[in-house]
Design a protein around this ligand. Structure first.
Ligand code: ADP
Ligand code: MG
Length: 598
């Protein structure tokens, strides 16, 4: 028999989509508070939020006569018509969260607007109104969720341990505290202060407060039209994307497009792993679709190319700075291991802070269930005449005074040469160690690509042709590859019985380089099945370039200077084609630290 479900059952089912665990409740409540224009937020959880979640804000509050309406499905003050859906500037818009949360918990709301002299306290059990009364309270809203999923045992089972759920909440609150650095956040877990921010609007200090790890010590500001943020130097990477946070129009989102933009922006500066990137993107609301994910965690950019380019350009524009040269420290930090669960418990004395927000002290909402009150069902049509003030914060999040400076090779002074491999240079208070092999590889590669892209190369004849011996399988495969080498500038032909003879080499290579390159190339030929594949060819060229360059060749002072000079002319002098750094820096400050002078 097909039945139309009772609205409470329907709400419980719908709740499953939005509300999976305590952190999803916290997210919805925080977003509501931000939408209500709050300047300060207190988030308290117990048992990872499973038994208790409280969010108190000093936002607009909800007028008494609309408090019940807020708990109806599709009741929202943020959208009035279908066309509003294309122009969403608030974090919420579906009018679902409060209905969903209240359907699966015991919920208490205490709220008051500026115009009212007293507040409203409403208690709902499983979405049904249990009691309502007028109470004295400050302007703003407190929502308390107790016994999440008490009436949906199946869902309760899917929650993790207290610690796990708490960690997810802490992570989330920290992330919001970064984006909304102009809002005071205070987070308590089991009665202990976990962390709080001052609402001073300094994004970088909010980041550092949330992530005291060393990886975040030297972030580089990025800025472009509609984009700002902080990124790490390419040497500071992590094994996952956990250091990448994206906010689009104030909303915390995942986005494949932004991921791609980051990858493109760093280009071949990354050897392994994922750099840190905290990006704030502000874009016309009608160029994104925020309504594609139940938890609103994903958005769709209508012009994907544009967003990829925006991100890539912003990042690429700081890649040639002194700041983006990896430090010896950052390279050691990026041991390419999952960074150990950071110490998230930053005990801070927040009593003072709480006293400043003494409104909570006035309320004791525990034990309110004994209150008398019958289940009143409210089926009022959502009224939309009341709109909270949205936080339309367009202030710069990245302090413009944090500056970067373009890396300048002219400032480098040769200071030494060690292990027949590493060149020591100095500029101001910084020492640079250049890996001659990586540098040579970069120079060779860029030269190679530049010449390869030009029209066909004429080979430079060599006095003594050389023979290349190959295995029978290479000798017998399709000879297409000869064309590739000819295009590069090789004069190569069949010499019979598994051998080829080279009578001319590319003009831009030395004989040794040419010899090493072609033999590496032939060595890898039999690994390649798909010679027409551009990516495969690129890999092959990369590999052969590496082989063409020899390490541990002792250089004369003149050769060192020539090498550095050639490196400086490279498009990307900072890393070898495989992403290893060509040089890293050690600052005077780091040296002093090591000597415990700092
Ligand atoms: P949405 O956020 O999508 O509008 P919700 O179910 O989260 O839907 O909230 C319903 C309505 O309740 C909101 O549109 C808003 O008017 C009101 N509301 C919820 N939380 C708060 C709050 N903390 N302060 C002021 N108003 C709130
Ligand atoms: Mg909401």
């Amino acid at each position: 028999m097909i039945r139309v479900l009772d609205s409470f059952i329907a709400d419980k089912i719908a709740a499953g989509e939005v509300i999976e665990r305590p952190v999803s409740v916290v997210k919805e409540l925080i977003e509501n508070s931000i939408d209500a224009g709050a300047d300060s937020l207190i988030i308290e959880i117990r048992n990872g939020g499973k038994s208790y979640i409280r969010v108190t804000d000093d936002g607009s509050g909800i007028p008494s006569e609309e408090t019940e309406t807020a708990f109806l499905r599709h009741a929202t003050s943020k959208l009035a018509s279908v066309s509003d859906l294309d122009n969403i500037t608030s974090l919420g818009f579906r009018g679902e969260a409060l209905a969903s949360i209240s359907a699966v918990s015991r919920l208490t709301i205490v709220t008051r607007t500026e115009k009212e002299t007293s507040g409203t306290k409403l208690i709902l059990h499983g979405g049904r109104i249990f009691s309502r009364e007028a109470v004295g309270t400050n302007i703003g809203t407190t929502i308390i969720i107790e016994e999440l999923f008490y009436n949906t045992p199946a869902r309760r089972k899917f929650m993790g341990t207290d610690a796990r759920e708490a960690a997810a909440v802490i992570d989330l609150v920290q992330q919001y505290a970064i984006r909304y650095s102009n809002i005071r956040f205070s987070l308590l877990n089991n009665g202990t202060s976990i962390f709080n921010t001052d609402g001073g609007g300094d994004t970088l200090s909010a980041i550092k407060r949330a992530y005291p790890n060393k990886e975040y010590a030297n972030l580089i500001p990025v800025a472009g039209k509609g984009i700002q943020g902080f990124i790490s130097d390419p040497g500071t990477t992590q094994s996952t994307r956990r250091g990448q946070l994206f906010f689009v129009n104030g909303r915390l989102v995942h986005s494949e497009d932004i991921n791609k933009g980051i990858e493109k922006g760093y280009g071949d500066r990354i050897f392994q792993g994922f750099p840190i990137a905290i990006l704030f993107i502000d874009i016309e609301p009608d160029t994104i679709d925020v309504n594609i994910h139940p938890g609103k965690k994903e958005i769709k950019f209508l012009n994907q190319k544009e967003i990829i380019t925006l991100v890539a350009d912003a990042i690429a524009s700081v890649m040639n700075t002194e700041e983006a040269v990896p430090t010896v420290k950052s390279l050691h930090l990026s041991q390419y291991q999952e960074s150990i669960n950071q110490d998230i418990t930053v005990p801070v004395d927040i009593r003072e802070y709480l006293q400043g927000l003494n409104r909570d002290n006035q309320m004791d909402l525990s034990d309110t269930y004994s209150a008398t009150g019958e289940d009143i069902e409210v089926y009022k049509k959502p009224s939309l005449n009341y709109k909270p003030s949205f936080n339309t914060n367009t202030e710069p999040l990245v302090n413009q005074s944090i500056s970067t400076s373009t890396f300048n090779f002219d400032e480098l002074i040769l200071k030494g040469y060690i292990f027949d491999t590493y060149i020591i240079m100095q500029a101001k208070d910084t020492i640079y160690l250049i890996d001659q092999h990586a540098a040579h590889e970069r120079i060779f590669y860029e030269n190679f690509i530049k010449n390869f892209k030009k029209s066909e190369q004429l080979p430079q004849p060599i006095l003594k042709p050389f023979t290349l011996w190959v295995s029978a399988d290479v000798y017998n495969i399709d000879r297409d590859w000869i064309y590739t080498l000819t295009k590069m500038g090789y004069d190569i032909s069949d010499f019979g019985v598994n051998s080829f003879i080279v009578r001319g080499i590319p003009a831009y290579m030395t004989k040794e380089e040419a010899e090493r390159f072609v033999s590496a190339y032939l060595d890898t030929l039999n690994e390649i099945t798909d010679i027409d594949n551009r990516i495969v060819i690129d890999k092959l060229i990369l590999k052969s370039c590496k082989s063409a360059v020899k390490a541990n060749d002792k250089l004369s002072e003149l050769e060192i200077k020539e090498l550095v000079e050639s490196l400086s002319r490279c498009e990307n002098p900072f890393s070898c084609p495989h992403g290893r750094p060509t040089f890293f820096k050690v600052t005077k400050y780091e040296i002093e630290q090591s000597f415990r002078r700092r």
